[in-house]
Design a protein around this ligand. Structure first.
Ligand code: NAD
Length: 354
């Protein structure tokens, strides 16, 4: 084997994975030397927040149940006020990327550690990437202070994730791994992690969607999501993420569904320029064409296949292409306006990638 030189900025993190691991939460808070936790959820997951509060016993200080998609700055201000009034010394977030994102924004403005309990496959809990929306504009950045001190992955908590959210959320995770495979700062370790995550997720997602009570499938999906988040954490993202960011931010389209629809087309766009990444995706998915394999996976989980199904129209293509091609991220294939327009035309209709 010929080994190329590489640099790997590995990140610290304590991961506890397994059904029932939520029961270890109070021990984790003690381990961090904390005594007063703020429990954060979205309004939809307030009941799961109550369960967490009960498990915390006298370590529970206050709840904040208003975590919101894309982390509006006003919500962060509100949450910080609640935290300060209750004199909290740590944050416990149970939920998807929106709840984890709130914890990250709070970590930037306080010294308190975060314990993340992810219940979707978004993977944000593993990354030092924060996002904040101010006046309708979403800013993102990287900062090691936003990394959770502990991540508790308990697949039992994902059993309530409805199939229509679980499927696209799983493909959102696969997208992190696809781009990690051809990232300019990919290395053998991140590629191992990314390939294994695509294997784990693509093997179980149909089962997650068709048999929502299958604990083994849910567990495998969460494992794949953890790996995908780890791959995203230390690599730079390319055209796929840039395009999804533009579509989500400027057209207010749902995050995981946009990722799901775009992924086969972004993969096709890069296929010729990233043959090793394509070979790994094919090996992980048991297919001989990465883009078509991803498209077939989307079809098999009943996902929406075209952007027009989520409110985007052909009239939006030019605006989206010009936003996505401004300050493009590094990408294996050259990013051109015409190329992105063609990609979006196919993605709009949801045709099989050519
Ligand atoms: P989300 O957190 O908004 O969750 C979607 C909905 O599902 C919410 O209503 C939530 O309460 C509900 N939900 C979550 N888990 C549930 C469960 N187990 N049972 C029932 N309902 C449940 O969506 P998401 O896709 O997880 O996160 C999207 C956000 O995360 C976006 O803002 C995105 O930008 C961000 N994100 C950030 C990173 C990063 O590294 N910073 C990575 C991925 C995503």
């Amino acid at each position: 084997m010929i080994m190329n030189n590489f640099t790997y900025n590995a990140l610290p993190g304590r991961i506890i994975f397994g059904a029932g691991s939520l029961q270890l939460l109070a021990d984790e808070i003690d381990r961090l030397g904390c005594k007063r936790a703020m429990v954060m959820t979205t309004p939809e997951q307030a009941t799961q927040g109550d369960m967490v509060a009960e498990l915390l016993g006298d370590r529970f200080a206050v709840a904040f149940n208003n975590a919101t998609m894309h982390v509006p700055v006003g919500v962060v201000d509100q949450a910080l006020e609640v935290a300060n009034s209750a004199d909290v010394d740590c944050f416990v977030g149970i939920g998807g990327g929106s709840t984890t994102g709130l914890g990250k924004a709070l970590a930037l403005r306080s010294e308190h550690p975060i314990v993340a309990i992810p219940t979707t496959y978004a993977g944000s809990e593993m990354t030092p990437i924060w996002g904040l929306t101010d006046d309708g504009v979403k800013k993102t950045g990287r900062d090691l202070r936003v990394l959770p001190a502990t991540v508790l992955y308990d697949p039992d908590l994902t059993m309530s994730l409805p199939a229509f959210i679980a499927g696209p959320s799983g493909v959102n995770a696969i997208a992190h791994s696809v781009e990690a495979l051809y990232a300019p700062d990919a290395n053998p370790i991140t590629s191992l992690i990314a390939e294994e995550s695509i294997r784990a997720l693509s093997q179980c997602l149909v089962q997650v969607v068709e048999s929502p009570d299958d604990k083994q499938a849910r567990s495998q999906a969460l494992y794949g999501a953890y790996l995908a988040g780890s791959a995203l954490a230390t690599t730079s993202m390319s055209l796929h993420h840039k395009l999804c960011h533009a579509l989500g931010g400027s057209f207010n389209l749902p995050h995981a569904e946009v990722h799901t629809i775009i992924l086969p087309y972004a993969t096709r766009y890069n296929a010729a320029a990233a043959p090793e990444a394509m070979a790994r995706i094919c090996r992980a998915m048991g297919t001989d064409d990465a883009a078509q394999g991803l498209y077939d996976l989307n079809a098999s989980i009943g996902a929406k296949l075209g952007l027009q199904e989520i409110g985007f129209t052909v009239n939006d293509i030019e605006k989206a292409a010009s936003i996505a091609t401004q300050n493009p991220y590094a990408n294996p294939a050259e990013v051109t306006y015409e190329g992105v327009v063609a990609l979006l035309e196919d993605a709009c209709e949801g045709v099989r990638p050519k």
